[in-house]
Design a protein. Structure first.
Length: 139
C-alpha cells in the first residue's frame, strides 16, 4: 500500500470509505470534517492507495500535548492484510517528527473488533471517560 497525503480529489472516495466503514454519524458532516482538517496540519490527513484506488484513510493531529487519530478506515474488503497497522505506523512516525509523546484515540463502546485491532498494535485502555460538547452544529 502506498501512503500519501489526502488530496481534494480524494474527497468523495474517502467519504464513501468512511460510510462503508460505519464511521459517519448524522451530527458530523464528513465534508465539513475534511474542510476543517485541511486548515490544521493537513499533512496529517493520510490515505492509503492500492493499485491507484484509495482503500484507507486516517486523520492524525498533535495539539502540543497529545496526538490524536480520527477516521482510521480500511475498506471492508481489504481488512486483515495489515493496511490499518501500516497506516497507524506511518501516522505514529509523523507524530514523532512533531515531538508528540503520546497518541490518544477513541473507540465507540462495544466495538470489540476495533479494540482487538488496537490491542495488537500496543494500545490499551487508559481508564478514562471521554466527554464531548459540540461547539458548532454541522446541520
Amino acid at each position: 500500500m502506498k501512503i500519501r497525503a489526502f488530496s481534494p480529489a480524494d474527497q468523495s472516495t474517502v467519504i464513501a470509505l468512511w460510510e462503508a466503514c460505519g464511521l459517519t454519524r448524522p451530527w458530523n458532516d464528513p465534508a465539513k470534517d475534511i474542510a476543517r482538517k485541511r486548515t490544521m496540519q493537513a499533512d496529517g490527513f493520510l490515505v492509503g492507495e492500492l493499485g491507484g484506488e484509495v482503500i484507507a484513510s486516517a486523520m492524525f493531529g498533535y495539539d502540543g500535548h497529545r496526538g490524536w487519530v480520527n477516521y482510521l478506515a480500511v475498506s471492508p474488503d481489504k481488512r486483515g492484510r495489515g493496511y490499518g497497522g501500516q497506516l497507524m505506523a506511518h501516522g505514529e512516525a509523523w507524530l514523532m517528527t512533531k515531538g508528540c509523546p503520546k497518541l490518544n484515540l477513541q473507540v465507540r463502546r462495544g466495538n470489540a473488533d476495533v479494540l482487538k485491532f488496537y490491542a495488537k498494535l500496543g494500545y490499551g485502555d487508559d481508564e478514562v471517560v471521554s466527554l464531548g460538547k459540540r461547539l458548532i452544529s454541522d446541520s
